[in-house]
Design a protein around this ligand. Structure first.
Ligand code: GDP
Ligand code: MG
Length: 297
């Protein structure tokens, strides 16, 4: 290993829905974190390991920072805040078209307090033809906080992402390669499977259903070249259970099919996926349930 090898943690933080998880996946060059058009998709901190010749960047995707209501949201926001405090570098992500508001104020105050050196990236610039239009936003942010650098990107198209990576790598501290280079995450396969199922629920249900859903994998084992995955989808009320299962079980079948296809693609194995729906009243409000479902340490 070269003497000037760099490594460290980079916390990706920002308001909900600006593209943090999409950016993580883009930086890694593969899908690790789930992505949906709905805010508050990410609930846990997710480590993505990016190893290059001269550095190993430990990217931490986080839930969005916003004004939380119920207990799960509070835990999510705490997770994001704590991650920023623990990281070597911050990557504050916002999106083109979004004016700084209360969530941004919270994050900027946090940056000042945590003293984590931070790069600002403005995402979704694919929506923007004339890049000069970014200048007022860059100006506003620069007056509010001393960022290491401001980089416009599109996590969707990849525009600016290599430049962003270079800026981040430049500010990484010197350090060893902590993880083997072929390793891209620490998340167990069970967690990743549960997340894929939850993504399909988010994509195929509306209203409050996605927010009332949690997924836990109960069984994950290989037998005769087939991977058996048994998972429970938890909801808060009977009515939600009914909607999720759908007429003649159609909705749940559809969710199961999409989840299975993605799992088969990822694992390159034949999957037998069994989904159950259970009611767990007010799980979003209860610490013990949040711990059971993996949202609290
Ligand atoms: P997060 O909540 O910050 O993690 O945001 P996600 O990564 O889940 O993305 C939220 C939504 O924004 C999804 O519909 C993404 O497809 C979309 N999105 C993310 N990055 C971009 C981008 O660079 N350009 C555009 N147009 N959409 C994006
Ligand atoms: Mg996310």
């Amino acid at each position: 290993m070269a003497a000037d090898f760099k490594s460290g943690y980079v916390a990706i933080v920002g308001p909900p829905n600006v593209g943090k998880s999409t950016l993580l996946n883009r930086l890694l060059g593969q899908k690790l974190a789930i992505v949906t058009p709905k805010p508050q998709t990410t609930r846990n901190r997710i480590l993505g390991i990016l190893t290059r010749k001269r550095f190993q960047m430990l990217l931490l995707d986080t839930p969005g920072i916003f004004q939380p209501g119920y207990r799960l949201q509070k835990v999510m926001v705490e997770t994001a805040k704590r991650t920023l405090g623990e990281a070597d570098l911050g990557l504050f992500l916002t999106e083109w078209g979004r004016e700084p508001g209360p969530d941004e104020n919270t994050i900027i105050q946090l940056l000042a307090k945590a003293k984590t050196p931070t790069v600002l990236a403005i995402n979704k610039v694919d929506k923007l033809k004339d890049k000069k239009l970014l200048l007022p936003l860059i100006e506003t942010y620069s007056q509010r906080h001393q960022f290491l650098s401001v980089v416009p990107v599109s996590a969707l198209t990849g525009e600016g992402v290599e430049e962003l990576l270079e800026v981040l790598a430049k500010h990484l501290p010197l350090g060893p390669q902590y993880f083997p280079e072929e390793m891209i995450t620490e998340s167990p396969e069970r967690f990743l499977a549960a997340e894929i199922i939850r993504e399909k629920v988010f994509l195929r249900t509306g209203e409050e259903i996605p927010y009332a859903v949690a997924v836990k994998v109960d069984e994950y084992k290989e037998r005769d070249h087939v991977l058996y995955v048994k998972a429970t989808i938890y909801v808060e009320r009977d009515s939600q259970k009914g909607i999720l299962i759908g007429q003649k079980g159609r909705k749940l079948k559809e969710i199961g099919r999409f989840a299975r296809e993605e799992l088969e693609h990822n694992t390159e194995k034949k999957i037998f996926l069994e989904l159950w729906v259970k009611v767990r009243r007010k799980w979003r409000q209860k610490d013990a349930d949040l711990r059971f479902l993996g949202y609290r340490r």
